[in-house]
Design a protein around this ligand. Structure first.
Ligand SMILES: [Zn+2]
Length: 102
């Protein structure tokens, strides 16, 4: 039965048909890359990932990928400190201590 469905989906090329709800041709290979996610989909993903524990191996891989990444240098207009854009936007600019808004 699954073979017949796969054959039919292949015939109509359901994977690439915009009108099709099937995002694969019965082979399980989904091709939804590049398609923007809806807000409903994003909230479901958020709910699924919230509080999810990652294995030590997975965390080590993520760390390895991010180690040595070169960040764009930016200068805070309030205190003049220079640093990588990731943490500078977190602690400086609108949130700079020299503004006295802490
Ligand atoms: Zn600053």
């Amino acid at each position: 039965m699954i073979e017949l469905e796969t054959e039919i989906l292949d015939c109509v090329d359901a994977r690439n048909d915009q009108r099709s709800y099937n995002k694969h041709n019965g082979d399980g290979n989904f091709t939804v890359t590049g398609k923007p996610k809806s807000e409903e989909h994003k909230s479901k993903l958020r709910k699924w990932n919230l509080g999810r524990k990652m294995s030590i191996d997975a965390r080590a891989k993520m760390s390895e990928v991010r180690t040595g990444k070169i960040h764009k240098l930016v200068i805070c207009p309030h205190c003049g400190k220079e640093g990588g854009d990731n943490n500078m936007y977190r602690y400086h600019f609108e949130k700079c201590k020299t503004l006295g808004n802490l």
